[in-house]
Design a protein around this ligand. Structure first.
Ligand code: AMP
Length: 185
Protein backbone atom coordinates (compact mmCIF):
# COMPACT_ATOMS: atom_id res chain seq x y z
CA UNK A 1 0.00 0.00 0.00
CA UNK A 2 1.36 3.41 -0.98
CA UNK A 3 0.22 6.16 1.37
CA UNK A 4 1.04 9.84 0.95
CA UNK A 5 1.07 11.61 4.30
CA UNK A 6 0.40 15.22 3.46
CA UNK A 7 0.12 18.49 5.35
CA UNK A 8 1.83 21.79 6.09
CA UNK A 9 5.11 22.01 8.01
CA UNK A 10 4.43 21.30 11.69
CA UNK A 11 1.31 19.20 11.01
CA UNK A 12 2.90 16.12 12.57
CA UNK A 13 3.68 14.13 9.41
CA UNK A 14 6.96 12.69 10.69
CA UNK A 15 5.45 11.55 14.01
CA UNK A 16 2.44 9.94 12.36
CA UNK A 17 4.52 8.37 9.59
CA UNK A 18 6.64 6.57 12.19
CA UNK A 19 3.50 5.15 13.83
CA UNK A 20 2.00 4.14 10.49
CA UNK A 21 5.23 2.42 9.50
CA UNK A 22 4.94 0.24 12.57
CA UNK A 23 1.21 -0.44 12.31
CA UNK A 24 1.24 -1.34 8.61
CA UNK A 25 4.76 -2.82 8.47
CA UNK A 26 5.71 -0.76 5.47
CA UNK A 27 8.72 1.57 5.26
CA UNK A 28 8.61 5.34 5.63
CA UNK A 29 10.32 7.55 3.08
CA UNK A 30 10.93 11.18 4.04
CA UNK A 31 12.66 13.27 1.39
CA UNK A 32 13.40 15.91 4.06
CA UNK A 33 15.21 13.30 6.18
CA UNK A 34 17.24 12.17 3.15
CA UNK A 35 18.28 15.77 2.46
CA UNK A 36 19.17 16.45 6.12
CA UNK A 37 21.25 13.26 6.25
CA UNK A 38 23.05 14.26 3.02
CA UNK A 39 23.78 17.72 4.47
CA UNK A 40 25.12 16.20 7.68
CA UNK A 41 27.39 13.86 5.72
CA UNK A 42 28.44 16.65 3.33
CA UNK A 43 27.69 14.51 0.27
CA UNK A 44 27.49 16.23 -3.16
CA UNK A 45 23.68 16.22 -2.80
CA UNK A 46 23.97 17.72 0.68
CA UNK A 47 26.26 20.49 -0.51
CA UNK A 48 23.85 21.25 -3.36
CA UNK A 49 20.70 21.49 -1.21
CA UNK A 50 21.93 23.01 2.06
CA UNK A 51 21.14 26.64 1.32
CA UNK A 52 17.78 25.65 -0.19
CA UNK A 53 16.71 23.83 2.98
CA UNK A 54 17.95 26.66 5.19
CA UNK A 55 15.83 29.17 3.29
CA UNK A 56 12.70 27.01 3.30
CA UNK A 57 12.51 26.93 -0.51
CA UNK A 58 11.98 23.70 -2.44
CA UNK A 59 14.70 21.54 -3.91
CA UNK A 60 14.25 21.43 -7.74
CA UNK A 61 11.63 18.91 -8.89
CA UNK A 62 14.03 16.91 -11.06
CA UNK A 63 16.48 16.41 -8.19
CA UNK A 64 13.71 15.17 -5.89
CA UNK A 65 12.06 12.94 -8.50
CA UNK A 66 15.40 11.34 -9.46
CA UNK A 67 16.17 10.74 -5.80
CA UNK A 68 12.82 9.04 -5.12
CA UNK A 69 13.05 6.98 -8.34
CA UNK A 70 16.49 5.75 -7.28
CA UNK A 71 15.31 4.98 -3.73
CA UNK A 72 12.26 3.04 -4.95
CA UNK A 73 14.51 0.63 -6.85
CA UNK A 74 15.18 -1.03 -3.51
CA UNK A 75 13.03 -4.10 -2.86
CA UNK A 76 12.22 -2.90 0.66
CA UNK A 77 9.47 -0.84 -0.99
CA UNK A 78 7.91 -3.76 -2.87
CA UNK A 79 4.90 -3.85 -0.53
CA UNK A 80 4.46 -0.09 -0.58
CA UNK A 81 5.63 2.88 1.39
CA UNK A 82 4.54 5.84 3.49
CA UNK A 83 5.63 8.98 1.67
CA UNK A 84 6.24 11.97 3.92
CA UNK A 85 7.12 15.33 2.36
CA UNK A 86 6.78 14.00 -1.19
CA UNK A 87 5.28 14.86 -3.65
CA UNK A 88 5.40 18.57 -2.87
CA UNK A 89 4.52 20.09 -6.23
CA UNK A 90 2.02 19.09 -8.91
CA UNK A 91 4.94 18.33 -11.26
CA UNK A 92 6.39 15.92 -8.67
CA UNK A 93 2.96 14.31 -8.24
CA UNK A 94 2.62 13.75 -11.98
CA UNK A 95 6.11 12.28 -12.23
CA UNK A 96 5.42 10.12 -9.18
CA UNK A 97 2.13 8.75 -10.58
CA UNK A 98 3.95 7.84 -13.82
CA UNK A 99 6.81 6.23 -11.89
CA UNK A 100 4.40 4.04 -9.90
CA UNK A 101 2.32 3.18 -12.98
CA UNK A 102 5.46 1.92 -14.66
CA UNK A 103 5.90 -0.53 -11.79
CA UNK A 104 2.24 -1.57 -12.02
CA UNK A 105 1.54 0.27 -8.79
CA UNK A 106 -0.35 3.40 -7.68
CA UNK A 107 -1.05 5.78 -4.81
CA UNK A 108 -3.64 4.04 -2.60
CA UNK A 109 -4.41 6.79 -0.08
CA UNK A 110 -3.65 10.46 0.36
CA UNK A 111 -3.93 11.39 4.03
CA UNK A 112 -4.04 15.16 4.57
CA UNK A 113 -3.48 16.44 8.12
CA UNK A 114 -5.46 19.63 8.66
CA UNK A 115 -4.02 22.06 11.24
CA UNK A 116 -4.65 25.84 11.49
CA UNK A 117 -1.68 28.10 10.73
CA UNK A 118 -1.33 29.70 14.23
CA UNK A 119 -1.04 26.22 15.71
CA UNK A 120 1.64 25.22 13.15
CA UNK A 121 3.95 28.10 14.00
CA UNK A 122 3.75 27.51 17.74
CA UNK A 123 4.26 23.76 17.30
CA UNK A 124 7.38 24.21 15.17
CA UNK A 125 8.87 26.81 17.48
CA UNK A 126 8.25 24.60 20.51
CA UNK A 127 9.34 21.27 19.02
CA UNK A 128 12.95 22.36 19.41
CA UNK A 129 14.40 19.80 17.02
CA UNK A 130 17.31 22.10 16.33
CA UNK A 131 16.57 22.12 12.62
CA UNK A 132 18.43 24.96 10.93
CA UNK A 133 15.22 25.89 9.05
CA UNK A 134 13.18 26.21 12.27
CA UNK A 135 13.69 29.97 12.63
CA UNK A 136 10.64 32.24 12.55
CA UNK A 137 11.63 33.46 9.08
CA UNK A 138 12.33 29.93 7.82
CA UNK A 139 8.96 28.72 9.11
CA UNK A 140 7.04 31.62 7.53
CA UNK A 141 8.70 30.96 4.20
CA UNK A 142 7.97 27.23 4.39
CA UNK A 143 4.29 28.01 5.07
CA UNK A 144 4.19 30.39 2.10
CA UNK A 145 5.85 27.84 -0.17
CA UNK A 146 3.37 25.24 1.11
CA UNK A 147 0.37 27.42 0.21
CA UNK A 148 1.69 28.38 -3.22
CA UNK A 149 3.34 25.20 -4.45
CA UNK A 150 2.35 22.26 -2.29
CA UNK A 151 -1.33 22.77 -1.43
CA UNK A 152 -2.32 22.26 -5.13
CA UNK A 153 -1.04 18.66 -4.86
CA UNK A 154 -4.15 17.91 -2.79
CA UNK A 155 -6.44 18.99 -5.65
CA UNK A 156 -4.49 16.67 -7.98
CA UNK A 157 -5.29 13.65 -5.77
CA UNK A 158 -8.82 14.87 -4.98
CA UNK A 159 -9.61 14.47 -8.64
CA UNK A 160 -8.58 10.84 -8.30
CA UNK A 161 -10.83 10.38 -5.24
CA UNK A 162 -7.94 9.48 -2.95
CA UNK A 163 -7.97 12.30 -0.39
CA UNK A 164 -8.81 11.64 3.25
CA UNK A 165 -8.77 14.82 5.31
CA UNK A 166 -7.89 14.24 8.95
CA UNK A 167 -8.34 16.67 11.82
CA UNK A 168 -4.74 17.16 12.97
CA UNK A 169 -5.63 18.66 16.35
CA UNK A 170 -5.55 16.37 19.37
CA UNK A 171 -3.15 13.93 21.00
CA UNK A 172 -0.72 11.91 18.86
CA UNK A 173 -2.77 8.78 19.67
CA UNK A 174 -6.10 10.39 18.75
CA UNK A 175 -4.78 11.63 15.42
CA UNK A 176 -3.21 8.27 14.69
CA UNK A 177 -6.52 6.49 15.39
CA UNK A 178 -8.26 8.83 12.90
CA UNK A 179 -5.62 8.11 10.25
CA UNK A 180 -5.82 4.35 10.76
CA UNK A 181 -9.57 4.26 10.43
CA UNK A 182 -9.48 6.51 7.34
CA UNK A 183 -6.85 4.31 5.67
CA UNK A 184 -8.72 1.11 6.53
CA UNK A 185 -12.09 2.40 5.30
P1 AMP B 1 10.53 18.35 5.49
O1 AMP B 1 11.40 17.57 6.40
O2 AMP B 1 9.57 17.48 4.70
O3 AMP B 1 9.83 19.49 6.18
O4 AMP B 1 11.50 19.02 4.38
C1 AMP B 1 12.48 19.96 4.76
C2 AMP B 1 12.97 20.70 3.53
O5 AMP B 1 13.52 19.77 2.59
C3 AMP B 1 11.90 21.46 2.77
O6 AMP B 1 11.67 22.75 3.31
C4 AMP B 1 12.55 21.53 1.37
O7 AMP B 1 13.57 22.50 1.33
C5 AMP B 1 13.22 20.17 1.25
N1 AMP B 1 12.31 19.15 0.68
C6 AMP B 1 11.86 18.01 1.30
N2 AMP B 1 11.06 17.31 0.48
C7 AMP B 1 10.99 18.01 -0.68
C8 AMP B 1 10.29 17.81 -1.91
N3 AMP B 1 9.50 16.75 -2.10
N4 AMP B 1 10.47 18.75 -2.88
C9 AMP B 1 11.26 19.82 -2.71
N5 AMP B 1 11.93 20.07 -1.57
C10 AMP B 1 11.80 19.18 -0.56
Amino acid sequence: MNIILFGPPGAGKGTQAALLQEAFSIPHLSTGNIFREAIKNETPLGVKVKSILDSGELVPDQTVVDLVAEELKSDVYDNGCIFDGFPRTVAQAEAFDAMLAEKGSQVDAFVALVVPEEELISRILSRGQGRTDDTEEGIKNRLKVYENETAPVMAHYKEKGLVKEIDGIGSIEEIFARIKSAVNS
